[in-house]
Design a binder for this molecule. Structure first.
Ligand SMILES: Cc1cc2nc3c(=O)[nH]c(=O)nc-3n(C[C@H](O)[C@H](O)[C@H](O)COP(=O)(O)OP(=O)(O)OC[C@H]3O[C@@H](n4cnc5c(N)ncnc54)[C@H](O)[C@@H]3O)c2cc1C
Length: 380
């Protein structure tokens, strides 16, 4: 017989809202606590690879997302010094054929809106906005999900959890009207310009808007997502790059955030609190998997919580054991990307040769384990 569970979720970000939808889809009830009085429109672009879009589609969000996301034709790897294309990985139709789900890019606020609206349509999801939570509620739920981001408060009550560490990098982001991007830059691809010492990713996130994210070494270590910064620091990181890039960067109005990571440590406490998403394993955006891992966590967790053949505690142990190796592999992929994308000296030359010789089609096969992953099996 089905046993309806009640789940408390702390944080209405991508991880928290996706968990709410996945858990209620399986017939359980949810209460979400969010510290902000209303969800903020802060943020810019997110990449959603097929391992994540497959889940969003199975939550019934296909039509709404199709109106607000873009499916790029290719992932392009370009030398920042010469502007020569090193490799073009086809996504677009190829992603749908190969991984049975789209590769998409979207504004974070649009994704959050679609998730929030879907939650609001659902009778079994209650919201409490403006409520900052630092421990599970007294009227205990079957489980409390800490989806409260990299600066998680719930993490403090999880024995053996890790504190966030500054990565030594900052992500600078800006949006630019499409008309202001020189014609030599693609409007329909995700373009990663690879440097020595920095990299810059450009893709479309609105009918007339391109999203730019530059990752550069940084000393500052403030907490937050939305700092105005002295863009001359950013421009100097790109000063050796092809001259046509400088004017593009100079046109944009930049915000930056120092990148923090949460290393491999415990996510669970004996009172059935479980951390997911950035609260559990915030990672630098070099593999563009932060949101995707939050979405996978949410779907996988719902599948474990739905198990009728085990207690909640055992289900949470199962979830942690299943997710940990995958998160570790994705994290390592991010480190490898960072090394390659920002390589200097002979490593940069080696990188350019390897990408050129391997070519886009072969590079796709290196991504099958990542993009072809189907979450939600709960070990059954
Ligand atoms: C404002 C903002 C802007 C961002 N912009 C970008 C971007 O442009 N590009 C990008 O790649 N990534 C961005 N991110 C990060 C990205 O959303 C995450 O890396 C990824 O989606 C994982 O999400 P998450 O749900 O685990 O955490 P988050 O997206 O950080 O969500 C955590 C949520 O928990 C809430 N919260 C925190 N503490 C408490 C508490 N004690 N009680 C109740 N609620 C709490 C927060 O207000 C937030 O809504 C942004 C995150 C935030 C919060």
């Amino acid at each position: 017989m089905k046993n309806t569970k009640h789940i408390d979720i702390v944080g209405a970000g991508i991880a928290g809202l996706t968990t709410a939808l996945a858990v209620t889809q399986r017939g359980h009830t949810v209460r979400i606590f969010e510290q902000s009085p209303a969800l903020e429109e802060i943020g810019a672009g997110l990449q959603l690879s097929p391992n994540a879009t497959r889940i969003l589609q199975s939550l019934g969000l296909t039509d709404e997302l199709a109106d607000v996301w873009y499916e790029p034709d290719h992932l392009q790897l370009v030398s920042g010094l010469s502007l020569k294309t090193l490799a073009r990985l086809p996504v677009g139709i190829t992603a749908r054929d190969r991984w049975k789900a789209p590769y998409a890019v979207i504004h974070r606020a649009k994704l959050q809106d679609v998730l929030l609206n879907a939650c609001r349509r659902h009778g079994s999801i209650a919201f409490e906005f403006g409520k900052q939570i630092d421990k599970p509620a007294q009227d205990a739920a079957d489980a409390t999900v800490g989806a409260d981001g990299v600066w998680s408060s719930l993490r403090r009550i999880v024995p053996g959890s890790a504190e966030p560490r500054f990565s030594g990098y900052a992500a600078w982001r800006a949006t630019l009207p499409i008309a202001e991007l020189p014609p030599s830059f693609s409007r329909t691809d995700v373009t990663a310009l690879l440097g020595p010492g920095a990299h810059l990713v450009i893709y479309r996130i609105g009918p007339d808007t391109m999203n730019l994210v530059a990752t550069i070494p940084e000393h500052a270590s403030e907490k937050g997502w939305n700092f105005r910064g002295d863009a001359s620091r950013l421009l100097s990181a790109f000063s050796r790059w092809r001259q046509s890039i400088g004017p593009v960067l100079a046109k944009a109005e930049w915000r930056h955030w120092p990148i923090y990571e949460v290393g491999d440590a415990s996510w669970r406490s004996d009172d059935n609190t479980i951390l997911i998403g950035d609260a559990a394993h915030a990672m630098a955006p070099h593999a563009a998997q932060g949101a995707a891992m939050a979405i996978e966590d949410a779907f996988e967790l719902a599948s474990w919580l739905d198990r009728t053949d085990m207690e909640t505690r055992t289900a949470l142990l199962g979830f942690e054991a299943q997710r940990r190796p995958r998160i570790q592999r994705v994290r390592q992929r991010g480190w490898l990307n960072k090394f390659a994308y920002q390589a200097i000296g002979p490593f940069r030359l080696g990188r350019d040769i390897v990408f050129t010789l391997r070519g886009g089609e072969k590079l796709l096969t290196d991504l099958d384990w990542l993009y072809g992953y189907e979450a939600g099996s709960s070990g059954k």
